[in-house]
Design a protein. Structure first.
Length: 283
C-alpha cells in the first residue's frame, strides 16, 4: 500500500504540473502507457485469450464511472491546491457506503450513518459552499468521490471472477479510446523531457492500480487502509515545495473530519465481517 500511495501521489503531481497540455492529451498518456504496462504482466498462459471476459457489462459500467472520476480529479488537480483535492478525495468511502444501500442492498447501522454525517461536515468545512468562481471547482473532487464509490462497488463484484490486471487493462484501454476523441480540440507536441514526464502518468497510474488491488488482496484492510492517508502528507509537502501552497486551517480541520469518518466506516466494515465469520464458524 505504501508503494501504491507513492505511485498515485507522483501521478497527481505530474498531472498538476501538466496544466499547459490539454486534458485529453494527458488522458492519452495515462491510458496508453497504462495499457503498455499491463501487456507486460499478462500471464503467459493467457496471452492468446487475455481479453476474454463473461462480465462485459460490468466492465463497461466500471470504465464509465472510472472515466468520470478520472476526468474530474484531473480538472480538480489543475484548479485547486493539491492538499485540498487529496483531502476531499478521502470522502469516497462515505459515498460508497450510501451507494451500497441502493446497489447492494446492504444495511447501514447507526455508527456508519454517524460517520457519513461527520464526513459530509468535513467536506462542507473544506469546500466552504458558495457560488464564487473558485468554489465551483470544488464540485469536481466530489464528482470524483461519487465515481470512485461506484467503481469500488463494481470492483467488489468483478474481483470475484476477474484478475486485477484484466480489470485495470480494460480501464486503461477505455481512457485511451476516449482520449482520441479530443484530438480535434488540439494537442501539443511535447518536448522530450515533457514526453517522459507525461508517460510516467500512465506508468504510475498502472502500477498504482495493480499495487492497490494486490495490497487489499493479500493484507488486512485494517493494516493497509490507514497508510493511504500518507498521501495527504505528501500533498502538503509537495504542494508547498513546488507550488508554494499552504493548506488553510479549514482544509486541515475538514480533512481530519473526513479521515475520522472513513476510519469509522472501515472499522465497522471489519467488525461486521468478523461477526459474519464467527457466525459461520459456529454454524
Amino acid at each position: 500500500m505504501f508503494l501504491c500511495i507513492c505511485a498515485f501521489s507522483l501521478m497527481d503531481i505530474i498531472v498538476k504540473w501538466s496544466v499547459n497540455y490539454p486534458i485529453g492529451q494527458v488522458l492519452f498518456f495515462r491510458g496508453f502507457f497504462g495499457v503498455i504496462f499491463y501487456l507486460f504482466i499478462i500471464p503467459r498462459d493467457r496471452l492468446h485469450n487475455f481479453y476474454i471476459t463473461k462480465r462485459a457489462r460490468l466492465h463497461i459500467a466500471r470504465c464509465i464511472a472510472g472515466l468520470i472520476a478520472l476526468i474530474s480529479i484531473f480538472i480538480a488537480l489543475r484548479k485547486l491546491p493539491l492538499a485540498t483535492v487529496v483531502s476531499i478525495s478521502f470522502a469516497a468511502p462515505i459515498f460508497t457506503t450510501i451507494l451500497s444501500i441502493f446497489l447492494l442492498s446492504e444495511k447501514v447501522g447507526i455508527y456508519r450513518w454517524l460517520a457519513v454525517i461527520v464526513g459530509f461536515i468535513g467536506i462542507l468545512v473544506i469546500t466552504e459552499p458558495g457560488i464564487s468562481s473558485v468554489n465551483i471547482y470544488y464540485i469536481f473532487p466530489i464528482i470524483f468521490c461519487l465515481g470512485l464509490a461506484y467503481v469500488a462497488i463494481t470492483l467488489r463484484q468483478l474481483s470475484k471472477t476477474e484478475p486485477v490486471w484484466l480489470i485495470s487493462f480494460y480501464f486503461s484501454l477505455s481512457i485511451t479510446i476516449l482520449s482520441f476523441f479530443t484530438i480535434p480540440s488540439g494537442w501539443i507536441m511535447p518536448s522530450f523531457y515533457d514526453f517522459i514526464l507525461l508517460s510516467l502518468i500512465g506508468l504510475f497510474g498502472g502500477v498504482g492500480n495493480l499495487w492497490l488491488g494486490t495490497s487489499y488482496k493479500y493484507s488486512e484492510v485494517s493494516l493497509v487502509t490507514p497508510l493511504k492517508y500518507l498521501s495527504l502528507v505528501f500533498a502538503i509537502i509537495f504542494g508547498y515545495l513546488i507550488w508554494n501552497e499552504i493548506p488553510t486551517h479549514k482544509t486541515l480541520i475538514g480533512s481530519i473530519l473526513v479521515i475520522l469518518s472513513t476510519m469509522i466506516i472501515f472499522r465497522r466494515e471489519i467488525y461486521k465481517k468478523k461477526i459474519i465469520t464467527s457466525k459461520t464458524v459456529h454454524d
